[in-house]
Design a protein around this ligand. Structure first.
Ligand code: 5BU
Length: 291
């Protein structure tokens, strides 16, 4: 039997077709187009500890990815050099930067966390994520901070990284870790509030596509991916690209240690890209056959 995700029209459309939806926020349009042209639905999770390692990784895997996911707060020497380097390589190799910050505070505080301090995330990451557990005000709070940062006189275009100078949000709707407390009701609330804020929320971090209503066209990014199913000793659970993209109809696989721990990261990224892309092509093909 087909799941809700498999029955939804987005599972049978190409990334290119989905990018033409006029209701999409500009960054979502750009990302779907980028995936379509670059033929990759791979996001590498850059869980490294120095600017040098981060930039080397971006250089190594940049040709194979659509998004580079960062945890800026684990980079020991994060600073201007990191931002300038990231901007340069992401512009040259054409990928977006997603800071996996998992905002989860009252609106006023997260505006400061998004725009200030040594990380000043809004300046260099075009995608961020937030949990909805503090309530839906997190969405307009971040949207407003993004709009003000982009319009600010003292934020030069160079500082904002490569075009497009847009910002968008992923709601943290589900997690990959065992025993997590994200209930189906919480996930449904994420979907509800995403629909109310389509101009800023471009999708979800989730384990499967949540698209349900006819005009839902949210982008799903899924962490917890390796070439074989399993887990680590601290609760992480892994599914394969085939399961995540092919069966759960997610759009982007997020891979950390599957690539970081490989002897040849470039080759590993190439392999994940291939698997993710094959799973997508096969899903679209078989969904079209069934229609
Ligand atoms: P891994 O090495 O592929 O297990 O790394 C996964 C990355 O994705 C890591 O940076 C996590 O912080 C991130 N992650 C996750 O694993 N699971 C989740 O549900 C979310 C983020 Br949200």
């Amino acid at each position: 039997m087909l799941s809700t995700a498999q029955r939804h029209s987005s599972s049978s459309k190409t990334y290119g077709e989905r990018s033409e939806d006029p209701d999409l926020t500009p960054l979502a349009q750009y990302l779907l187009r980028l995936i379509h042209l670059k033929q990759t639905n791979l996001c590498v999770s850059a869980d490294v500890h120095t600017t040098l390692e981060l930039l080397q990784l971006a250089e190594d895997v940049g040709d194979y990815i659509c998004v580079l996911k960062t945890h800026a707060d684990i980079i020991d020497d994060f600073g201007d050099k990191t931002i300038r380097g990231l901007n340069e390589v992401s512009r040259r190799k054409k990928f977006l930067i997603f800071e996996d910050r998992k905002f989860g505070d009252i609106g006023s505080t997260l505006q400061h966390q998004y725009t200030r301090g040594p990380l000043a995330i809004v300046k260099w990451a075009s995608i961020v994520n937030a949990a909805l557990f503090p309530g839906p005000a997190v969405i307009p709070a971040l949207a407003d901070a993004a709009r003000r940062a982009i319009l600010a006189h003292n934020t030069s275009m160079a500082e904002l990284g490569p075009p497009p100078y847009f910002r968008a949000l992923l709601l943290l709707a589900q997690m990959s870790s065992a025993g997590n407390l994200f209930t189906p009701e919480y996930t449904q609330q994420c979907l509800h509030h995403a629909r109310q804020n389509k101009n800023f929320v471009m999708g979800f971090i989730a384990q499967q596509s949540l698209n349900k209503e006819a005009d839902d066209n949210f982008i799903t990014m899924t962490p917890g991916v390796q070439l074989s199913a399993g887990g680590d000793s601290m609760g992480q659970q892994y599914n394969t690209p085939q399961k995540v993209i092919g069966e759960q109809c997610s759009d982007i696989i997020i891979v950390g240690r599957g690539i970081l721990a490989a002897r040849d990261r470039r080759r590993a990224a190439h392999e994940y890209r291939k698997q993710g892309w094959l799973a997508y092509q096969e899903r679209v093909r078989s969904a079209r056959k069934k229609r």
